[in-house]
Every structure is written in C-alpha cells, then in structure tokens.
Design a protein around this ligand. Structure first.
Ligand code: NAP
Length: 281
C-alpha cells in the first residue's frame, strides 16, 4: 500500500480541516454493474493512500455505491455532495441532503455544493445551506459552475460569505478561469476545486502531453494533474475507477514543473487574454 503523507500538499476550505489537494471524483461510477467492485476498490485505494476528498452528487446516481466504498473509512474522508438546482429551494435542499445522506449511509457531508445555478432565489439555497451547517448535516457549503458575477451575487446575500468553494472545469485545455475567477477566489481566500483535470481522459491522448510526459519521465495523467495543481489555491478532483490509476495519479504530487516547462505548456495550451464565458461539462 502506498503511503505518501510527506509529499501531499494540503488545502483548506474556509476555516475547515486540511485535506489533500488531490481528491477522488466519482462521476460515471456506479453506472456499469460489472465494474462495481473494481470502482469500490479504487475509491477505497484513494482514501487509503491519502486522497481524502471524495466527490459525489445526487445527479451521479451512485451514492449507494459510494456509501459501500466508504464503509469503515468515513472518518478519514472529506465527503462532498451536491444538490441539483431544481431541488435547491429551502425545503428541497434540506430534503435532498437528507436523501443523499441516507443513501450514503452517513450522517453528514463535509461539504455540500449547489451543482449549478437554477430556478430558485439563491437566498433560499443559502438559507438552507446555513441551516444544514447549524444542525450538523453538513460541515460547510459551496457552489459549482459559477462565474465571478454569480459569486459576487452569492457574496451579496445574508450568509453568502460562508461559501467555501467554487467547483469548476479547469485543466490545461480549459484555462478561462485563470483570467478572473481564480484571482477572485485567491482574493477571497477561497480554495477553487478543479473538476475534470484530465478532461475526462482526453488530455491523455494529446501528443503534446504525451511527448512532454515521456521527456519528463512521468505519465500523461501526472502532467495534467501536476499542472492543474501548480497553483496553491487550487485543489483538483480526478475520477478513476482503477486502483492502479489512483496510485499513478497520487504520484502526480511528486511532479514539479519548472518555469521553462510551464512556459512550454503555456505556449501549447495558451491561457485566454480576455474574459471568456465559464466553461462547463
Ligand atoms: P477526469 O477526472 O478529468 O477524467 C476521468 C477519466 O480519466 C476517466 O475516463 C478515467 O478512466 C481517466 N483516468 C484517470 N486517471 C487515469 C490514469 N492515471 N490513466 C489513464 N486514465 C485515467 O474527468 P471527470 O470525471 O469529468 O472529473 C473528475 C470529477 O469531477 C468527476 O468525477 C466529478 O466528481 C467532478 N465533476 C464535477 C462537475 C460539476 O459540474 N461540478 C462536472 C464534471 C466533473 P479510468 O476510470 O479508466 O481510470
């Protein structure tokens, strides 16, 4: 079993507990019954090697399976869940959270996110999130897929300043948030959560990433992850249903990219020079 406690970079959400900067995503897990035990093993391997953030959502339909995977490990996990926008009224958010916790066989989320903007007044959702914190059903709350304008709106409502993160698409090929959202998060002392850091596997097929990895003596997934994690106010969640890939991904935390290497990657995957609409998947 790999133990890498000394090389892990830690991040914090708000004043909460420190977690590893690389977490485990679970979207598209729990879909194929034939892969169930392999995926459960992968989630358990992630936690065992210190990837303590596990990210799920009511939308993924896999909370029961994630609950099974976390049996006996819950105390070591920073569990992230998400409410669907169409459920994000005051009562709906609380009911969705309760439903998800039941499926996950736990009594709290460490962090609960609004998955994306929806039909309800954000004051209702924020009130519900604050209520959930008060009663201990969630440790803290945040949002996902919100641009700077939406984040400002959250900050403007009562309790909105307790928002602990924005979970957004961020990887070598989708760098729009570097222009405005990432500096905004930094200025607000907020850790940004990068989802799809290897672009659902697509970056692993890029010749640039593959050649760079070969030259550097690491793997393409490690290049993609090390690049996403180079900024101290960013943590990333990568999904893999393979314990072998978990180990490979965790080793990305040992990969250090030098100035000249970052410049080379900048040339191949340039950051936008002006504001662009927030990318989502
Ligand atoms: P991702 O993590 O960028 O990529 C996942 C894909 O990469 C899978 O096909 C996986 O295949 C492959 N992969 C991972 N490590 C690998 C390795 N070492 N070698 C080869 N292939 C590897 O994509 P994602 O799942 O879209 O994003 C990560 C997580 O972010 C999601 O699971 C979810 O929790 C969250 N997310 C949130 C939102 C949102 O709206 N908030 C949207 C998208 C995603 P294997 O399983 O075969 O390893």
């Amino acid at each position: 079993m790999m133990v890498m406690s000394d090389v892990k970079r830690r991040v914090r959400f708000g004043g909460g507990r420190e977690v590893c900067c690389l977490g485990m995503g679970t979207w598209n897990m729990g879909v194929d019954a034939a892969k169930r035990w392999e995926e459960i093993d992968a989630i358990r391997a992630a936690v065992e090697c210190g990837m303590d953030v596990v990210d799920t959502a009511e939308m993924y339909g896999n909370e029961e399976m994630v609950g099974v995977a976390l049996e006996g490990l819950r105390g070591r996990v920073f569990l992230v869940g998400k409410v669907l926008p169409e459920n994000a009224s005051f009562k709906g958010t609380i009911a969705a959270c309760r439903r998800s916790l039941r499926k996950l066989r736990t009594d709290h989320f460490d962090m609960y996110l609004l998955h994306w903007s929806g039909p309800y007044d954000i004051r209702e959702t924020v009130d519900a999130m604050e209520w959930l914190v008060e009663v201990g059903m969630i440790g803290c709350w945040g949002v996902s897929n919100m641009d700077v304008e939406r984040m400002e709106r959250f900050m403007g409502v009562n309790g909105g300043c307790h928002c602990a993160t924005d979970q957004v698409l961020y990887n070598l090929a989708h760098r729009g948030v570097e222009y405005d959202l990432m500096p905004w998060c930094r200025d607000h002392g907020m850790t940004m959560m990068a989802y799809s850091p290897i672009l659902q596997g697509e970056l692993l097929r890029s010749d640039v990433v593959r050649d760079f990895a070969a030259m550097k003596g690491c793997t393409p997934s490690q290049v993609a992850l090390a690049w996403t994690l180079r900024n101290p106010c960013v943590m990333a969640i990568a999904k893999t249903g393979s314990a072998r890939h978990v180990e490979e991904n965790m080793r990305a935390l040992e990969v250090v990219l030098g100035e000249d290497e970052l410049e080379y990657l900048d040339g191949c995957f340039p950051a936008p020079r002006c504001k662009v609409p927030l990318d989502t998947i």
